[in-house]
Design a protein around this ligand. Sequence first.
Ligand code: SF4
Length: 327
Amino acid sequence: MTATRQIEEHPDKERILIGTSSCLLGEEVRFDKGHKHHSYITKTLGQFFTFRPFCPEMAIGLGAPRETLRLVTRDGEIRCIGNKTEGHDVTEKLIATAQEQRPWHAELCGYILKKGSPSCGMERVRIYSAESGMPLESGSGLYAKTLLENFPFLPVEEEGRLGDPVLRENFIKRVFAYRHWRDLAEEGFSMKKLTDFHSQYKYVLLSHDQHRTRALGNRLAQASDEPIESVAQWYFEEWMSLLKLRSTRKNHVNVLQHLQGFLKNDIDKDDKQELSETIDNYRMGLLPLIVPITLLRHHFRRHPKPFVDRAKYLEPHPSELMLLNTI
Ligand code: SF4
């Protein structure tokens, strides 16, 4: 069940390893022996990602079909018990199985979880009162909670939230960025490499938070006396936290106008006007982000600037995923 699965054939080296709730890939592991196959995951993301499926409830030996589970609070503790059989308490087993998966979790660049599950749900899973049976609060499923505690910066998303274009784009951008970071870590860090890495992501980060991006760049510029492993750690944590923030239309407009400025001596008056109008129409919500980005890509192809060519902003993920069409 934990064997790596490839949905379509692509060179292994270019594929990105993502953990996934097994039922989302069509495995019949749910309580009713059914599945929740998600075709966007397998067909669209499957072109770029290799999935590592895992079902924590099957892994602890519950089998399918099985009694459904729920989270309850009892004596201030969250427990996972059977819906019909209160004594059927799998709390410790679920947490232990999540801990046992830690070695392969550490190899991942992202995780897609099944929403609402008392084992796999990332957030808003109902937690009931053990006494009254009424829903009291919400939280994470126990397997997901352990995963998130062990890997707080891993890009993690639920299949339900992938329907939101902004959250989907954000998750996929973080997955590709996380893979890039892992490649850098494998090569070995140096101040030069970190500074170059930051310059590649600067415009992406600016679209999320301008103030924090500038602060991060300034801190990095002054860090040459610190041990490189420590710089890499704090840089990674702030970089990933910034990427997790929602980017805003206002920040995108600032970045687009900034990039436009690099073309001021290269394009004529009509092209400048067309670019300004396109950015303005994006600002007003009349055009998706992909339109000014495509126009900028076109101008930078004709008038290359090495630092813009290497910047991730104009191509943060493969265009086949069409992620900038809806934001
Ligand atoms: S949500 Fe998680 S525990 Fe439930 S069937 Fe899917 S993989 Fe298994």
